[in-house]
Design a protein around this ligand. Structure first.
Ligand SMILES: [Zn+2]
Length: 215
């Protein structure tokens, strides 16, 4: 039950700040630990946008979930992030755009870039509950599969979904249920169900979930 999941410690200067992206926030993500999860169930403060992404991609730990949120924010705000690659702040200020449309762009573009850049590059504060640190020193975010090194499990899910034309949400959900050790199994189930309806996929997820609890 989400009501029993303890909220992580929030540093004073981070009050009302999203753990994922550092934007102001008023939501909470309840992360329920699976048998393989290397940390207890925990609740983290987050903004609405990160909450929606994180709920779709809990994956195999809160740190993997963070990577998935970051990747998705990068995808959503690719255009904003590109402003910083196309322009420097000075170039933008000195550019000779004069009509109203471009004036607006000059004023808002750098700000949008900075907001997006901060959101995808911020490092979340270390997790602790009641002062007890949840250590991730030994936790490997990088993930190796089939001889290829991925920077995260989220990245591997993305790669396989694109390469094989799989339903990425379905793959996310299976990996979340079975853990990163059984990634090959998760990919196999997705490949077998490439044309299955959402109803069939929901049934498969329910079946896997009930198997996992009986292991
Ligand atoms: Zn956020």
């Amino acid at each position: 039950m989400s009501a029993d999941i303890p909220l992580i410690d929030i540093p004073f200067e981070q009050r009302h700040t999203c753990w994922f992206c550092s934007e102001p926030c008023d939501c909470v993500l309840h992360y329920e630990a699976q048998p393989y999860t290397p940390h207890p169930s925990l609740a983290v403060p987050c903004c609405k946008e990160c909450l929606n992404i994180a709920k779709r991609s809990p994956l195999t730990s809160i740190w993997d979930c963070h990577m998935a949120v970051k990747d998705e924010l990068m995808r959503i705000y690719a255009k904003h992030l590109a402003i910083g690659e196309n322009w420097t702040e000075q170039e933008l200020a000195e550019s000779e755009f004069s009509c109203k449309v471009f004036e607006g762009f000059k004023k808002s573009a750098w700000f949008m870039y900075q907001v997006a850049k901060t959101r995808v590059s911020v490092a979340p504060w270390p997790l602790s509950i009641d002062g007890v640190l949840i250590d991730n020193q030994d936790y490997q975010l990088a993930f190796e599969f089939d001889g290829v090194q991925y920077r995260s499990i989220a990245n591997a899910v993305e790669h396989y979904s694109q390469m094989l034309g799989l339903d990425r949400h379905f793959l996310h959900d299976i990996v979340t249920l079975v853990g990163r050790e059984r990634f090959a199994y998760a990919v196999r189930v997705c490949r077998l169900n490439i044309v299955s309806t959402q109803a069939v996929k929901r049934q498969i997820l329910a079946d896997i979930a009930s198997q996992e609890t009986h292991i």
